[in-house]
Design a protein around this ligand. Structure first.
Ligand code: COA
Length: 325
């Protein structure tokens, strides 16, 4: 099997900033509550004319450039998203057309907040076994389109953004181990009920606001801490490493308290955890993606570093990757 690594990264965050202070005027909440309960200070919102593919295109362009490749070099495009432009075609196909990529397999992956980790793992397998050579993997979301701006339990949490990575065969290092898992029996803890084949949009679903995210935050909180710690332990074991070997953890950014509770369980110090939740909130698949891109661009990840991607989300799904940079 070939060694596979990340050879380029790029991100795109919409310009519009929604602060906690602004949210105080929209729902019964406070900057103090949001900051202490979640760690979020502000989030980005896509413009009215920006769909998920628009964000993905910008992030992908930057990642391909960073990898010193041309769009024509890409032969596999995977977009992790739960907010596609429409049910079909896939965002990956829209991206392919916009970037002028020819002769590539293109598809979307639905694994919510663990989507980027799932997509990286899929791309790694395809390249490792020789089916494809250069994969573009994107985590992109416009969660503001499925957020109930009247529900204070959820609307303070989410944001929009996109992060991308290009994967290819590498001579040394690269992805050392991956781990994916899921538990569909807990699907109702976080879901959008209407808008699919089970419950097509109707006047009734609109009145009952069933086309927006519904979440049981408390229950998810506890599971997230346990499962994200389990991800770290399992994937590190697969890589033949221990927690002390990690240079930086890129966790899914749902709540700073979840992340720090997980770190405590694993005995990881604060400086080994990369956080960007304060600026962007929870962007589902785009959270781990943009955090990885930022950490690379800021020099927090250096050649030879051991990096752990660790994510958890609706499904439930969870997973991780250990990468030697
Ligand atoms: N502003 C002010 N008060 C709020 C609020 C808001 N935005 N949202 C909820 N509250 C209130 C609740 O109504 C509740 O009031 P009550 O005690 O009078 O009933 C109180 O704050 C505490 O609510 P609770 O749900 O217990 O808070 P919490 O500490 O669990 O924090 C979350 C809520 C959502 C931040 C937290 O549970 C969480 O992050 N869960 C996991 C989310 C997650 O992982 N989601 C996606 C997976 S990727």
């Amino acid at each position: 099997m070939r060694k596979v690594g990340i050879i380029g990264v790029g991100e795109y965050l919409p310009k519009k900033i929604l602060t906690n202070q602004r949210l105080e005027k929209m729902v019964d909440t406070s900057d103090e509550w949001i900051t202490t309960r979640t760690g979020i200070k502000e989030r980005r919102l896509a413009a009215k004319n920006e769909a998920t593919s628009d964000l993905a295109i910008q992030a992908a362009r930057r990642a391909i450039k960073d990898a010193r490749l041309k769009p024509q070099d890409i032969d596999l495009v995977i977009v992790a998203t739960i907010t596609p432009d429409s049910a079909f075609p896939s965002v990956a196909c829209i991206l392919q057309d916009a970037l002028g990529i020819k002769n590539a397999a293109c598809f979307d992956v639905s694994a919510a907040c663990a989507g980027f980790v799932y997509a990286i793992t899929i791309a790694q397998q395809f390249i490792a076994c020789g089916s494809y050579k250069k994969a573009l993997v994107v985590g992109a979301e416009v969660l503001s389109s499925v957020t109930d701006w009247k529900d204070r339990n959820t609307c303070v949490l989410f944001g929009d953004g996109a992060g991308a990575a290009v994967l290819a065969q590498v001579k040394s290092g690269g992805i050392l181990a991956t781990y994916l898992n899921s538990d569909g029996s807990k699907k109702e803890l976080l879901m959008i009920y209407a808008g699919g084949s089970r419950m097509p949009i109707s006047r009734k679903t609109l009145t009952n606001r069933l086309h927006y995210i519904k979440m049981q935050g408390n229950e998810l909180f506890k599971l997230a801490v346990t499962l994200m710690a389990e991800v770290a332990q399992t994937v590190l074991k697969r890589a033949g490493l221990e927690c002390k070997d990690i240079d930086l953890v890129i966790p899914h950014q749902a709540n700073v308290r979840i992340i720090m509770a997980m770190a405590k369980k694993l005995g990881l110090p604060r400086e080994k955890i990369y956080l960007n939740i304060e600026k962007y909130g929870n962007m589902s698949s785009a959270s781990t993606a943009t955090a990885l891109v930022e950490a690379v661009k800021k020099g927090r990840i250096k050649k030879g570093d051991i990096v752990l991607l660790d994510a958890f989300g609706a499904g439930l799904v969870w997973g991780g990757c250990v990468i030697k940079w």
